[in-house]
Design a protein around this ligand. Structure first.
Ligand code: NAP
Length: 476
């Protein structure tokens, strides 16, 4: 029987919850209460980890689990997002006491987190929405952690959570980012950027495979080389590893046997939905989500391939000389900066909309280790926000503007060549289009305003005088 009360409890011991519990016991040296709907998972986690067993305390009922925790309690929920969290919160409610903190560490929709926060208001309990990035390995050895909720709850949670977070140069990749849904919102945008980053890498892979006729191993070597410079990041690193992996049965690259249908669990889509709601054009993120949807319609793509296979495209526009590879590297770097700028623009808009005052530089700081989008670029983004600088858009920051000026020509050439070669590059091309739209003093929306005024009397403003105008247009 357990005599000492656990420092905190983890409820939900699936892939992420089990790893997080082990992380608390291992890196935090905390006593961890364990509970899971399928009860055996809690006892199995203890027996499977004899080196940590003395700090793992499984319970067979929710009541015993709650009673096993030191008060005021800290309970980390790591459940499938959605109704499971609501159900669990409802079951916990009568068992909790003043000052207890319930953390939702899953990938929640931040709108749900705001709603759940409001439910806790005035109850004496605290609800904390916490984004955790880094996958299974991150959860076990050190994820990047984005905390929302009350400042009071954060003060109590900091000593419990900092030991389990990833470290960058010894500094923990965790911070409190704002009230209610701030942590989950930032995690959502993290995932949107992740989608864009992955899609852009995949587009460059497609160019090298289909445009330049390179094999997976050679392409892997290109990415491995890029990982030593400006594009250095976890995603480039794992891309090189995935491409170099050989299928044991056939002796051929494993990636060549993987079905080209990308899955998604929703956070990338949420990032785009929220960007749209906030009126921010996050085109590279949108393109990445849409590309996964198109990829998933494989049967339809196979049919379309049969119908359109006689459409001529230019061959030989892509090569694999050192200059060709350098052009692709530069193009990817510029498009990636645009995608991050878009993600940050969404964060900025949400910060204002929800009154979070998000610490933008701090977000870059805590993304530098542990999370999926960790990269050297985040160091530069952190610099852009140094000293609390207000940044309207990262593309307006001189350091990034200089890089874009130097590299945009490469992105332009790559997108143009890809179009000629019939290789789809939706994320790269939407990043370029966004950049061109942004830098254009005179856009084409004057015509859209004319059209809107024509059919809907929506009015327009004029360049040459103040006021709002409606024109009586000739009948069509
Ligand atoms: P998982 O392996 O499928 O585990 C889901 C957990 O939720 C299990 O413990 C399951 O219990 C429990 N659960 C599901 N429905 C429940 C219900 N109605 N009532 C009570 N418990 C319920 O999922 P996971 O990969 O650990 O993900 C957990 C959360 O972390 C999700 O929100 C996910 O989006 C997020 N996340 C995942 C990753 C990743 O790389 N996997 C990364 C970051 C964040 P049973 O064992 O009884 O089924």
């Amino acid at each position: 029987m357990q005599t000492t009360k656990a420092d905190l409890g983890v409820l939900g011991l699936g892939v992420m919850g089990a790893m997080l519990a082990l992380n608390f016991a291992d890196n935090g040296k905390f006593n961890v209460g364990l509970f899971n709907r399928t009860v055996e998972k809690a006892t199995r986690l203890k027996t499977d980890n004899p080196d940590l067993a003395e700090r793992l305390h499984p319970s067979e009922t929710l009541e015993d689990f709650v009673a096993s925790l030191a008060t005021p309690r800290v309970i980390v929920l790591m459940l499938s997002a959605g109704s499971a969290v609501d159900e669990q919160i409802a079951q916990l409610q009568p068992l909790l006491e003043d000052g207890d903190i319930v953390i939702d560490a899953g990938n929640a929709d931040f709108n749900d987190t705001r709603r759940r926060n409001a439910l806790y208001d005035g109850t004496g309990l605290h609800f904390v929405g916490m984004g955790v990035s880094g996958g299974e390995s991150g959860a076990r050895h050190g994820p990047s952690i984005m905390v929302g909720g009350s400042a009071e709850a954060w003060t109590r949670l900091k000593p419990l959570l900092e030991p389990i977070a990833a470290k960058y140069d010894g500094s923990p990749c965790i911070d409190w980012l704002g009230t209610d849904g701030a942590g989950h919102f930032v995690k959502t945008i993290h995932n949107g950027i992740e989608y864009a980053d992955m899609q852009m890498i995949a587009e460059i892979y497609a160019i090298l495979r289909d445009g330049a006729g390179q094999g997976a191993g050679d392409i892997g070597a290109v990415f491995a080389d890029w990982n030593t410079r400006g594009l250095s990041s976890y995603l480039i690193e794992i891309t090189a590893s995935v491409l170099k992996e050989v299928d044991a049965e056939t002796g051929k690259p494993l990636v060549d046997f993987i079905v080209d249908e990308a899955g998604q669990k929703g956070t990338g889509r949420w990032s785009v939905i929220e960007a749209q709601k906030l009126g921010i054009g996050a085109t590279a993120l949108e393109a990445a989500v849409a590309a996964r949807c198109v990829s998933a319609a494989r049967a339809m793509r196979l049919t379309a391939a049969g119908i359109y296979d006689d459409i001529p495209v230019e061959s030989g526009v892509f090569g694999a000389t050192a200059a060709d590879i350098a052009e692709l590297e530069s193009a990817l770097e510029i498009a990636k900066i645009v995608a991050y700028a878009q993600g940050y623009a969404v964060l900025d808009a949400a910060s204002k909309e929800f009154g979070w005052d998000l610490p933008m530089g701090e977000i870059a700081r805590i993304w530098r280790a542990g999370c999926i989008i960790r990269s050297v670029l985040l160091q530069d983004i952190m610099q852009a926000y140094a000293g609390g600088a207000k940044v309207e858009n990262l593309l307006l920051v001189p350091a990034f503007a200089d890089r874009i000026k130097a590299g945009q020509g490469a992105l332009r050439k790559v997108v143009a060549k890809a179009a000629a070669a019939g290789i789809p590059v939706p994320a790269l091309s939407s990043a370029l289009a966004y950049f061109d739209d942004l830098r254009r003093a005179r856009g084409a929306a004057n015509l859209v305003q004319g059209q809107r005024d024509y059919f809907g009397a929506h009015t327009f403003r004029r360049l040459d005088r103040d006021g709002v105008f409606h024109h009586i247009w000739p009948e069509a």
